[in-house]
Design a protein around this ligand. Structure first.
Ligand SMILES: *[C@@H]1O[C@H](CO)[C@@H](O)[C@H](O)[C@H]1NC(C)=O
Ligand SMILES: *[C@@H]1O[C@H](CO)[C@@H](O)[C@H](O)[C@H]1NC(C)=O
Ligand SMILES: *[C@@H]1O[C@H](CO)[C@@H](O)[C@H](O)[C@H]1NC(C)=O
Ligand SMILES: *[C@@H]1O[C@H](CO)[C@@H](O)[C@H](O)[C@H]1NC(C)=O
Ligand SMILES: *[C@@H]1O[C@H](CO)[C@@H](O)[C@H](O)[C@H]1NC(C)=O
Ligand SMILES: *[C@@H]1O[C@H](CO)[C@@H](O)[C@H](O)[C@H]1NC(C)=O
Length: 358
């Protein structure tokens, strides 16, 4: 059922008709309002529920998690939903796309968010894609991806995405979120989240896009971020992070200072602000941490200790030759003699050899 992009207004009718076979409901980009009617509880076979860009209000009902257990795509973006996010949402064991962005949701991100089991699967099997293909051929949804909205259709079954941006969420990022190994995009931007980025964030191996900008997160930026080899979009701007910006591996490929701005306590490249003790290059290498850095340090120390050795050795020999005439003469004579001797010896050997052959 697709009524996307129209001028529908009013609420969703709480009809007594049987919609229990409905698999796909698109009502996005209308002018719909009011709360979601309990009659929708009966749509237990819904795979897609897209109500984005309307004026729905009230809280997100618990029964979405408890009853609509087939849901794979839940899009409530840009509405006026308020109150807490119900922890029951994590009962949706098939959910892959959760977009609750730009509402008026408050409270904490439920700890249970680590329990979305379909998001904890890294690589879907071909079989899975094939069996669901008939459905997804006809399905399409709009997903915010690296800052722009894209329409996904037949490949939608491969997208795994959480977007809670633009709400009024408080508290910490739940640690459980790092169990969602298959997550490709996480957007928690424009909330009031506090605390740190969990160190285990690198467990989300397939993460491509992480937007935590405009929160109140603090602490050091974990260097484990550099281990996420698929990460190519990161934004940590306008928080309260402190200390040196980690570098190395994947982070060196996202070398853009705008992703760190608005964190007055951050220092080091790509920001222009130097960290304390950065004047000597050697010091900056020491604090960095991570593998490979130690090797680099050893090489640097080796070079540093070689340089004076070379200078001293060079001047001991050349300085003396330059300033002491008699030594200089002796030195050149020595090599001259050695050259002559070598030449004579060689000539003799060759002559002997020829004689023997003859
Ligand atoms: C769900 O559907 C059944 C009939 O299939 C109906 O009796 C019941 O009232 C419906 N529930 C709601 C909340 O509309
Ligand atoms: C968001 O909710 C607060 C109360 O929780 C209310 O005062 C405010 O007007 C709401 N904002 C919008 C845009 O609905
Ligand atoms: C996550 O699921 C497991 C089992 O499925 C359950 O024991 C645990 O309480 C759940 N965690 C949360 C925070 O709901
Ligand atoms: C995250 O969400 C915010 C607000 O909804 C949006 O402006 C931003 O572009 C999104 N970031 C990414 C990487 O999609
Ligand atoms: C930022 O973090 C520091 C500690 O790292 C803390 O002392 C300070 O109060 C925080 N500032 C804000 C505005 O939260
Ligand atoms: C990061 O977010 C800030 C603030 O929203 C924005 O100005 C900047 O362009 C973003 N950087 C990237 C690389 O998206």
């Amino acid at each position: 059922m697709d009524f996307e992009n129209n001028f529908l207004s009013g609420g969703i009718p709480s009809s007594k008709s049987d919609l229990s076979q409905l698999t796909s409901l698109h009502l996005s980009k209308n002018n719909l309002s009011r709360e979601l009617p309990p009659s929708m509880m009966n749509c237990t076979r819904l795979i897609t529920l897209d109500l984005g860009e309307n004026k729905f209000s009230g809280s997100i009902p618990k029964w979405i998690g408890e009853n609509l257990t087939s849901l794979m795509f839940l899009i409530l973006r840009s509405n006026m939903f308020m109150g807490n996010i119900p922890p029951q949402l994590s009962l949706l064991s098939k959910l892959q796309v959760l977009d609750l962005s730009q509402n008026n949701l408050s409270g904490k991100i439920p700890e249970s968010f680590g329990n979305f089991s379909a998001m904890a699967i890294a690589n879907k099997t071909k079989e899975y894609i094939f069996t669901s293909w008939r459905f997804f051929r006809l399905e399409s949804i709009w997903v915010l991806w690296k800052g722009s909205l894209y329409e996904y259709s037949s490949t939608i079954s491969l997208v795994i995405n959480i977007n809670l941006s633009g709400n009024d969420l408080h508290g910490e990022i739940p640690k459980g979120i790092t169990h969602l190994f298959g997550l490709q995009s996480l957007n928690l931007s424009k909330n009031h989240l506090t605390g740190i980025i969990p160190e285990d964030i690198s467990d989300i191996r397939w993460l491509e896009s992480l937007d935590l900008s405009w929160n109140r997160l603090s602490g050091m930026i974990p260097h484990t971020l550099s281990y996420i080899t698929s990460l190519n979009h990161l934004n940590l701007s306008y928080n309260n992070f402190s200390g040196r910006i980690p570098s190395g591996r994947q982070l060196d490929t996202i070398n853009n200072s705008s992703i760190y701005t608005g964190n007055p306590l951050l220092c080091g490249p790509p920001l222009l602000k130097q960290c304390p003790g950065d004047e000597t290059d050697c010091g900056s290498q020491l604090v960095l941490g991570g593998e490979g850095v130690e090797d680099e340090l050893v090489i640097q120390l080796l070079l540093i200790s070689m340089a004076p050795g070379f200078v001293v050795g060079f001047w001991v020999v050349c300085g003396i030759l330059l300033f002491k005439r008699s030594w200089r003469l002796a030195y050149y004579h020595f090599f001259d003699d050695m050259g002559n001797q070598l030449h004579v010896t060689l000539a003799r050997k060759v002559a002997n050899f020829k004689k023997n052959e003859g």
